[in-house]
Write a new protein. Structure first.
Length: 183
């Protein structure tokens, strides 16, 4: 077996291990680090022995830049929404891209271009980060914060309260009281 290491300083040091132990069969697929370097060398050394070789000519590595993510539709940042079901669409500055979504810091499944789900009452934070084909994730994901108000049915009621139906009201109804001091 052989160990394969990478140097980004022309061979002065080999601090990046690409493969700790792989069969010495003359072929290996490796994942290169996502860095910019102009004087790159690779060292192949026998595991458990002192024989090694370094490639003759240096080469250049170019980092794959992180994608930029934007939310293209959905509740505006800081908004109060009147429906529990909300939909977001988003886009990446690169294609192809996949996405990582969170709602209130919990990872949720997200589609190739959008997410739709029902939200409980409260303030929510939605984030989405694009991931490019090289696996580089947007370090500054797009974020939207919005609030779904409580329905009046979630409040305790003491006293004389009447429910009134009105499609213009939040969630289609509201409550009233004629008696002073009703809670």
């Amino acid at each position: 077996d052989v160990k394969i290491s990478l140097s980004t300083d022309g061979g002065a040091s080999f601090g990046t291990v690409l493969a700790a132990s792989t069969p010495n069969d003359g072929s290996q697929t490796l994942a290169m680090p996502n860095v910019d370097a102009n004087d790159v060398r690779i060292k192949i050394e026998a595991v458990g022995n002192y024989f090694f070789d370094v490639n003759d000519a240096s080469f250049v590595l170019k980092a794959t830049p992180a994608p930029e993510t934007t939310i293209t539709s959905g509740p505006a940042n800081g908004s109060i929404v009147l429906k529990r079901r909300q939909a977001f669409t988003y886009a990446s500055s690169v294609t192809p891209a996949t996405y990582v979504c969170t709602v209130d810091e919990e990872t949720v499944p997200c589609g190739a271009t959008g997410l739709e789900q029902r939200f409980r009452a409260g303030t929510h934070i939605f984030t989405v980060a694009a991931v490019n084909a090289a696996g580089v994730v947007d370090a500054t994901p797009a974020t939207a914060t919005f609030t779904v108000p409580r329905d009046e049915s979630t409040f305790a009621r003491k006293g004389t309260w009447n429910r009134k139906k009105d499609k213009r009201a939040l969630f289609g109804d509201y409550i009233t009281s004629r008696r002073k001091g009703s809670e």
